[in-house]
Design a protein around this ligand. Structure first.
Ligand code: ADP
Length: 585
């Protein structure tokens, strides 16, 4: 099925600025008229203005006295009139009336011209990186105009505090007691009631204890209150990870600028190229197939027969309603969807699946499971709960159960990439891509005994978006399960590509999603926080965006491989020319 075409997709065009866009800061000002200091320029024009006014008025009086017609002007009068006009315009600018500049420097709407151009392989990625606007906008002027720029809304006040932490004498005493072991480091927040100060003291104590400097790890510039009891214990600073933007990614008719937090050179540029290919081909279609988080406790009985009794009870449809009422008490959003059991002798693994609204849902599902276990204890008093998580869930480990059954959001995303775009943007051919996909992502992964790893680098994109948007990056393990399929369509001219990802575990509330930076990235995607209209809509949308970005990443890396470009571009973008031996000291 061809992806719905939303925009015209004329052959790939490379656009170059036809002229420089005069930015606000670039506008000439009246005061720039002379290469003199501002006060001298002002003095000069003021003197000129009053002198020529005086001269012209005296000439006027003279003409009236001698009955000379006013339109008969001498050369000196022409010069005086011109000087009057120049100084008048200057004075208008001086008093803040800049209409002359605005007339002269108005930007032309026609700032880009289209130009068909065959780009050299080597310069492609360099150009991608150097572009000042996202690829789709830069390359296809046939796109409909973007909606008027929305006002920039400040998402969240980061924090109010002094930029640099200075330790006091009182702090010095506390540092000494932490170093001596009298004050436990973990208790600093509760003892001081000031998270920033606690982090500063802990950091200083740590440096003294270890004799190692933490000077490269920033302390200031972070809201330590926001992580208390939720995101990180015993903080001593924070690690900075750059966030790059790829896009616009056109998925289901909407454009997204995708934030990617990474230190892997080439990744953002490459994903960006994939986004461009998708955009020029009319966009991708991403469909959510399933949405349910899982938790599977392990319970043990005296006999396998008793374990089987519970399995039959739990899987009996007649008992589902009772169990879901008990489960659903845990949250307004957690709704039990199903129970699947696996038995190993006397041990039973019970995999509960529930919807979790906009939360990724691990806490929510765990609370519901605890309710059910407490409830079951009445009818099965001989049930011994070994652990609320028995790894049949399965969280943060590669497992066939997630690959087959799904966990979190299951999504399939597809696009038809036009042959022209494959050639001109991706620098390869449909045929090469299809062959490479079959031999690498399918056969190669089968040879390696892969579990959910039938792709080129889904985890690269998943992890970069997860870090940027406050997801749990450890869940990239199952979230990156992906099978990439490629097929020649339309008489072999175009490429059909799809990614099927059964376990995308994302949320837009809870965990790291509420922190200022991560929340800003979610806001950029338009999926920040809880969806007001339909609980769960934001997290589901995020899952479809993740799959779309993975599609872009797969397209671009596979193309680089097919064209033999990979090593070349990595040497260019991943290898700094800096002397790394200096950094190691
Ligand atoms: P997780 O289950 O992903 O670990 P949390 O349980 O920490 O996340 O966060 C979910 C919290 O957010 C719950 O307290 C829930 O009541 C609240 N919440 C508010 N709005 C929503 C929503 N639309 N969807 C899911 N949870 C929501």
């Amino acid at each position: 099925m061809e992806a719905p075409r939303l925009y015209s997709t004329k052959p790939v065009q490379s656009l170059k600025p036809s002229k420089k866009i005069p930015l606000e800061e670039d506008h000439g000002k009246a005061s720039d008229a002379l290469p003199l200091p501002l006060h001298l320029t002002n003095a000069l024009f003021f003197t000129l203005f009053f002198s020529v006014v005086y001269f012209l008025l005296s000439r006027w009086r003279e003409k009236i006295r001698t009955s000379t017609p006013l339109h008969v002007v001498t050369f000196s009068e022409i010069i005086a009139i011109l000087s009057f006009l120049a100084s008048f315009i200057y004075l208008l600018g001086f008093f803040g009336i800049d209409f002359v500049q605005s007339l002269v420097f108005q930007p032309s709407p026609d700032v880009w011209i289209a130009e068909d151009e065959e780009e050299d392989d080597e310069v492609l990625l360099a150009k991608e990186d150097a572009r000042k606007v996202p690829c789709g906008q830069a390359l296809d002027c046939s796109l409909p105009p973007l909606p008027p720029a929305a006002p920039i809304v400040t998402v969240q006040k980061v924090f109010d505090e002094k930029p640099v932490t200075v330790l006091t004498e009182e702090d010095e005493e506390i540092i000494k007691s932490v170093v001596a072991g009298t004050t436990p480091s973990y208790s600093l927040e509760s003892k001081l009631g000031d998270c920033k100060r606690a982090a500063a003291i802990r950091r200083e104590a740590l440096q003294r204890l270890t004799g190692k400097s933490l000077s490269g790890l920033p302390l200031d510039g972070f809201d330590y209150e926001s992580i208390l009891g939720q995101c990180c214990e015993m903080p001593v600073g924070y690690v900075q990870i750059p966030v790059g933007i790829s896009g616009p990614l056109l998925v289901n008719g909407r454009e997204y600028s995708v934030p990617m937090a990474t230190t892997e050179g080439c990744l953002v540029a490459s994903t960006n190229r994939g986004c461009k290919a998708i955009h020029l081909s009319g966009g991708a279609t991403s469909v959510l197939l399933k949405d349910g988080m899982t938790r599977a406790p392990c319970v043990r009985f005296g006999t396998a027969k008793r374990a089987a009794d519970l399995k039959l009870y739990l899987e009996d449809p007649d008992n589902f309603e009772t169990l879901s009422v008990v489960f659903n008490r845990s949250s307004r959003f957690g709704r039990l969807q199903g129970i699947k059991c696996a038995i190993a002798g006397k041990n039973l693994y019970i995999r509960f699946t529930c919807s979790t609204g906009d939360a990724m849902g691990m806490n929510m599902v765990s609370k519901g499971v605890q309710n059910v276990l407490d409830f079951l204890q009445t009818d099965f008093p001989d049930m011994d709960v070994i652990g609320i998580s028995g790894n049949f869930c399965s969280d943060k480990k590669p497992a066939a159960v997630n690959w087959i059954e799904g966990r979190g959001k299951s999504v399939v995303c597809e696009a038809i990439i036009k042959g022209d775009v494959v050639r001109k943007v991706l620098k390869t051919s449909v045929e090469s891509l299809v062959e490479l996909n079959m031999l690498k992502n399918l056969t190669g992964s089968a040879m390696a005994g892969a579990l959910g790893g039938f792709n080129a680098h889904a985890s690269n994109i998943v992890t970069a978006i997860y870090i940027a948007t406050g997801q749990d990056p450890a869940q990239n393990v199952e979230s990156s399960h992906c099978i990439t399929m490629m097929e020649a369509v339309n008489e072999g001219k175009d490429l059909h590509i799809s990614v099927t990802m059964p376990s995308i575990e994302v949320g837009t509330v809870g965990g790291g999603t509420q922190l200022a930076s991560q929340s800003a990235c979610l806001n950029l995607l338009g999926v920040k926080g809880a969806s007001k209209e339909t609980p769960g809509a934001n997290s589901r949308m995020l899952a479809t965006i993740v799959a779309g970005a993975v599609l872009a990443g797969e397209l671009s890396l596979m193309s680089a491989l097919a064209a033999g470009q990979l090593v070349k571009s990595h040497m260019k973008y991943n290898r700094s020319s800096k002397d790394v031996s200096k950094a190691s000291s």
